[in-house]
Design a protein around this ligand. Sequence first.
Ligand code: G3P
Ligand code: CA
Length: 309
Amino acid sequence: MLPAATLAGDDGDTEDAVSSPAKIVIAHRGASGYLPEHTLAAYALAHGMGADYIEPDLVLTRDGHLICLHDIYLQATTNVEQVFPDRAREDGRWYAADFSLAEVRRLEAEERLGNRFPKGGSRFAVPSFVEMIELVQGLNERTGRTVGIYPEIKAPAWHRGEGLPMEEELLEVVERYGYRESGAPIFVQSFEAESLKRLRALGSELPQVFLMAEVAQYRSFLSAEGIGRVATFADGIGPAKTMLERQPELIGWARDAGLTIHPYTFRADQVPNRHGSHEAELERYLFELGVDGVFTDYPDRARAVLDRR
Ligand code: G3P
Ligand code: CA
């Protein structure tokens, strides 16, 4: 384990990711535009590309370890079907919650999207959350930068139903690695308001971001009053970026409630037609709509847009 002191650079400078009001680059699933998502390679590349925060999505194994994975299933981004052909549930899916950490370590992580990292002989693993943190803190120590972490707990209500509460485990791990106070270089994110409330009830003062998607369950939050309620359990919102185009008032409501705004997800290989280029889309959100940061699969491209201002 790395000591908590590694949260700051050698000179004690924690400005990069902690106290600066500068807009931030959040490496979405690592530098996932270039390397398979949620691999140590993708996280390391994101660090080298100048990300301010690196995002691991998290699920739990059967024996209660947090691992870095977007889906609660393993088959979309690993070779689980080949290694454990008989371990799917009746619905035909291989759930991470049915596997021990030792079993997950036998898997290879694979590129999710056909147009991205080429299939070949490269071998990647599914990292644990602890391994992800140690990678980021190790790189912070070696570079003198303070890159933060931006963990999302995936499907916490579902996990709780499986007898695997996530919030307690998340807090135990991050506290062990020195993320303890409101100024720590971390944002904890969830699509589930109840989970963020539970983290507060457990005593966490860490910055929290409430994720929102364009589906019915978030409609009650899409008003000045609704966003005001978000401010009782979160420090920021993470809306799908299209929500801000459709309802730009959200930005003013969030500002009035003192919430930061980090929309998702910016992808150089999936630029909506109305934007002339990936950079034009980033400029639109960062400087016209005025958001505080972006989740991006291409952290180098967002870094360049911010750095030329
Ligand atoms: O957490 C922000 C963004 O990553 C939410 O979408 O599905 O990529 O986790 P998803
Ligand atoms: Ca996420």
